[in-house]
Write a protein that binds this ligand. Structure first.
Ligand code: IPE
Ligand code: IPE
Ligand code: MG
Length: 236
């Protein structure tokens, strides 16, 4: 695959609730299964040497879910972070660096501290950045960048008229990441749902009806194979 491997893959992990409903299970069971698929796909990205992958785990809009469901998702995140601590050697061997994007300050404090530890402990790993978007919203991300730049203009540190696209990109959560090359959304939905709005400007979209808990490395390979055949023109 070589040159045609995407540098940054975005994945909208969707369909957990429907997966559970189909089986007569509570939605939280779907999230639990989805969390396992997330680990498998993350490991697979490292095996393939994909430099960066961003998983959409919880959006700024997902707070509108019933409190019990939100709490169950937070519990899964907490559980996974604790496991990541135990898996430190494994992450080192695989070269997985863990990162988080989103407004983490709104999360329970123990999760914030576990997330900071995970980032610290994996900082030196260089094969694959596994980026988790939690309490993430693309519009909020751009708003935050605009606020920072506006404040700098107000103090005279910058001139509004001279601002560039690079200046905005530098204020996003992902300043050092390449733009999204391939955006994967399972579950049959064909929308961005506020994910990486700026970074996915020229991303190739890949959809499947498969629900996220049923998503396998074979689906991922298919997405990569389709991506390799796309002709990207960037408006030229
Ligand atoms: C994605 O699955 C997980 C989150 C948004 C946290 P959903 O919970 O959205 O599952 P569906 O879309 O209702 O099936
Ligand atoms: C997007 O899925 C958010 C995550 C997967 C974390 P949603 O299920 O929240 O999106 P909509 O409501 O279908 O647009
Ligand atoms: Mg959904």
């Amino acid at each position: 695959m070589g040159d045609s491997l995407p540098r940054h893959v975005g994945i909208i992990m969707d369909g957990n609730g429907r997966w559970a409903k189909q089986r007569g299970l509570p939605r939280t069971e779907g999230h639990k299964q989805g969390a396992e698929v997330f680990e498998r796909i993350c490991d697979h990205c490292a095996e393939l040497g994909i430099p960066c992958v961003t998983f959409y785990a919880f959006s700024t809009e997902n707070w509108a879910r019933p409190p019990g469901e939100v709490a169950a998702i937070m519990d899964l995140l907490r559980h996974w972070l604790r496991k990541a601590e135990e898996r430190e050697g494994e992450n080192r061997r695989r070269g997985i660096r863990l990162r988080f994007i989103g407004e983490l300050s709104a999360l329970p404090e123990d999760i914030q501290s576990l997330a900071a530890d995970a980032e610290d402990h994996t900082r030196a790993h260089t094969r694959t950045i596994c980026n988790l978007a939690v309490n993430y919203g693309g519009r909020l991300e751009i708003l935050r960048a605009a606020q920072t730049l506006a404040a700098q203009c107000q103090t005279g540190a910058r001139n509004a008229i001279d601002l560039t696209e690079e200046d905005i990109a530098a204020q996003l959560y992902t300043p050092e990441y390449p733009d999204v090359d391939l955006l994967i959304r399972p579950s049959g939905e064909k929308r961005l749902s506020n994910f990486l709005l700026w970074q996915a400007a020229y991303a190739e979209f890949w959809y499947a009806d498969t629900l996220w808990p049923d998503f396998t490395t074979a689906h991922f390979e298919q997405a990569l194979a389709d991506f390799a055949k796309r002709s990207r023109r960037y408006g030229g």
